[in-house]
Design a binder for this molecule. Structure first.
Ligand SMILES: Cc1cc2nc3c(=O)[nH]c(=O)nc-3n(C[C@H](O)[C@H](O)[C@H](O)COP(=O)(O)OP(=O)(O)OC[C@H]3O[C@@H](n4cnc5c(N)ncnc54)[C@H](O)[C@@H]3O)c2cc1C
Length: 407
């Protein structure tokens, strides 16, 4: 009987499993995940779960597949090695699992704080267990210091404010969400958080985290010490590429895959946050840190592994973030933008920033509370249809210098 193995337990693995079972009803499938829980809704950890009272994470739709007799769920187990010659994976419990087709969907892990941490508790957020531990400390008036002004840090800030905490966000760059390079977004986010009572420290570097005088924590920064009851570090992630690298697959800040999610080994596919793939519309490789992309790419990887020659993935990255009552969306690759136009009004919490490259290709659309626009642009670009006039004509007013000059 044909045997498929998937390494990972996130949305990419889950959707790959669904596709494989659909495409190969008679095959056997093993999923090996070092998280014990069935695949769950990770984005909610920093949003509804962190702000609310749910006891358990929401599982991904279709979890019934894990109780099918042809499926073996091996939660709480790590794959330590891929042996391509023997076509098997070796688990940390000593078991070897042979495969006809393998899908690697190992995602990312948090990037640890590189400064000094002296016996002071520091929290990160990647798994349900991380979220549960952190949430239990977010009590009324607790002083919460968040290191890193990216999406996750800001979502935790919003949830902590909702729980009555006193929140400080420390960001080493001169702007929040600096990685996007979109000044409208950065400035808007700063105002949003300041208006909601968050103390935002920009251009401030954290040197050390150490025990404070009365059982709390001292965060030593370039702007002086900051007292904290809870310290959260959210400074990005790194892809779990070690397995792929060790078995000789092509890796360059992500496992390199083609449009069929195939690696250089025809028996091995990869999907989700651990991959670098080519965005068809832009012709550039990217590693997307996006829930939707991981699921969609996982689905394609599963179809391709099951033998569907038409399976192809090359979508624009797309992610969303909920903060207070606002929803942000980011489509495309803002780092490629050379000029922007802004539609709407950041002060009214409704705006859309469109970014073009020098050769007038639309490379990104970033918006706050403009979900319909982003969906319309996403749909249009996906189908290669001309964009609505309002978006297309914005190019005429795009300015090259900086976002500061267009709002
Ligand atoms: C708190 C939080 C909030 C987020 N919010 C958003 C959001 O609002 N919008 C958005 O688009 N994205 C969001 N994301 C990002 C999104 O969750 C990820 O992009 C997505 O989960 C990636 O899916 P994946 O399947 O590729 O990897 P992951 O979800 O990381 O899953 C990989 C799995 O593989 C397991 N694994 C790794 N190595 C091994 C091994 N050797 N053996 C066995 N198992 C292994 C891991 O433990 C993990 O369970 C958020 C992420 C976090 C942490």
């Amino acid at each position: 009987m044909e045997q498929f193995v998937i390494v990972g337990g996130g949305p990419a693995a889950h959707q790959a499993a669904r596709s494989i079972l659909q495409g190969r009803p008679l095959a056997r499938l093993s999923l090996v995940s070092n998280e014990a829980r069935l695949p769950y809704d990770r984005p909610d950890l920093s949003k509804g779960f962190m702000a609310g009272n749910a006891a358990l994470p929401a599982l991904l739709a279709g979890e019934g597949l894990y109780s099918e007799p042809r499926v073996e769920w091996m939660g709480g187990t790590s794959v330590g090695e891929i042996d391509r010659r023997a076509a098997c994976v070796r688990l940390d419990n000593g078991v070897s699992l042979g495969y006809d087709k393998l899908v690697i969907a190992t995602g990312s892990r948090i990037r640890p704080f590189s400064g000094e941490v002296a016996q002071a508790p520091v929290h990160y957020l990647r798994t349900f267990e991380d979220a549960r531990a952190l949430r239990s400390l977010l009590v009324d008036q607790a002083r919460v210091v968040i290191i890193g002004g990216g999406f996750i840090g800001l979502e935790v800030a919003a949830a902590a404010r909702k729980r009555g905490c006193r929140v400080t966000v420390i960001e080493a760059q001169a702007q929040l969400l600096a990685r996007t390079g979109c000044a409208v977004l950065s400035r808007w986010a700063r105002t949003l958080h300041a208006e909601n009572g968050v103390d935002v420290l920009l251009h401030v570097k954290v040197d050390a985290i150490e025990p404070g005088p009365s059982g709390n924590t001292l965060v030593q920064t370039s702007a002086g010490p900051v007292h904290a009851d809870v310290v959260v570090v959210g400074i990005g992630v790194q892809p779990n590429t070690e397995l792929a690298q060790a078995c000789g697959l092509d890796v360059d800040d992500g496992i390199l895959v083609d449009s069929a999610c195939a690696t250089r080994d025809p028996a091995i596919f990869a999907a989700g946050e651990v991959t670098r793939y080519t965005v068809t519309q832009l012709g550039v490789r990217t590693r997307s840190e996006s829930w939707t992309a991981a699921g969609e790419q996982g689905s394609v990887a599963g179809r391709a592994a099951a033998g569907d020659a038409a399976a192809a993935y090359g979508e624009m990255p797309w992610l969303w973030s909920d903060q207070y009552s606002s929803t942000l969306q980011c489509l495309g690759i803002p780092q490629l933008a050379d000029k922007y136009a802004c539609l709407g009004d950041p002060d009214a919490n409704q705006w859309l920033a469109l970014g073009w490259s020098l050769d007038d290709r639309l490379v990104c659309a970033i918006g706050a509370n403009r979900n319909r626009d982003i969906s319309a642009i996403r749909r249009g670009m996906k189908r290669n249809e001309p964009l609505a006039d309002i978006y297309a004509s914005a190019l005429a007013s795009a300015q090259s210098l900086s976002m500061e000059s267009v709002v």
